[in-house]
Design a protein around this ligand. Structure first.
Ligand SMILES: [Zn+2]
Ligand SMILES: [Zn+2]
Length: 149
């Protein structure tokens, strides 16, 4: 069977980050992209543990760290102690709940910003722009009202 196109672009991405495209790394990237949501390293590790018994949590961490330094993966600080990762390359913003750590995508076109901003600071070279909306999600807000009685 031909290698899938999806695999091929993942291999290219890993190589751009100077990582050898091992089966484990491909699986890490694939599960992040396929989930179409925001996963922690633990989430990915748990998803892959069965199919990749030799995979370690630190391999997942290191792979995600390198990919995020190279801009292939977005790191999201949830403020709840867990980091989440996003493999969606299209520009979008994030809404983060400071209570439960939920991360949701926010449509870029709702709050478009100039991704080619050149005049932020004199001589400053912008490599990426991240917008986070921090707050409390509807569910957490609801359960807070409920517990108040
Ligand atoms: Zn919440
Ligand atoms: Zn996202």
């Amino acid at each position: 069977m031909e290698p899938q196109a999806k695999d091929h672009s993942l291999i290219t991405q890993l190589r751009k980050c100077h990582l050898r495209a091992t089966g484990q790394r491909l699986a890490i990237m694939q599960s992040l992209i396929e989930s179409q949501s925001h996963l922690s390293a633990e989430d990915i590790y748990l998803r892959l543990k069965q199919s990749h018994p030799t995979l370690s949590l630190s391999t997942v961490y290191k792979t995600l760290q390198v990919m995020s330094q190279m801009g292939a993966v977005i790191t999201i600080e949830t403020g709840t102690g867990s980091l989440k990762f996003d493999g969606n390359p299209s520009p979008h913003h994030h809404a983060v709940c400071s209570k439960c750590g939920m991360v949701h995508d926010v449509d870029f076109m709702k709050y478009p910003i100039d991704m080619n901003a050149k005049d932020v600071l004199p001589g400053f070279n912008v490599q990426s722009i991240k917008v986070f909306f921090n707050g409390v999600c509807a569910e957490c807000a609801r359960s807070a009202t409920q517990s108040e009685g």
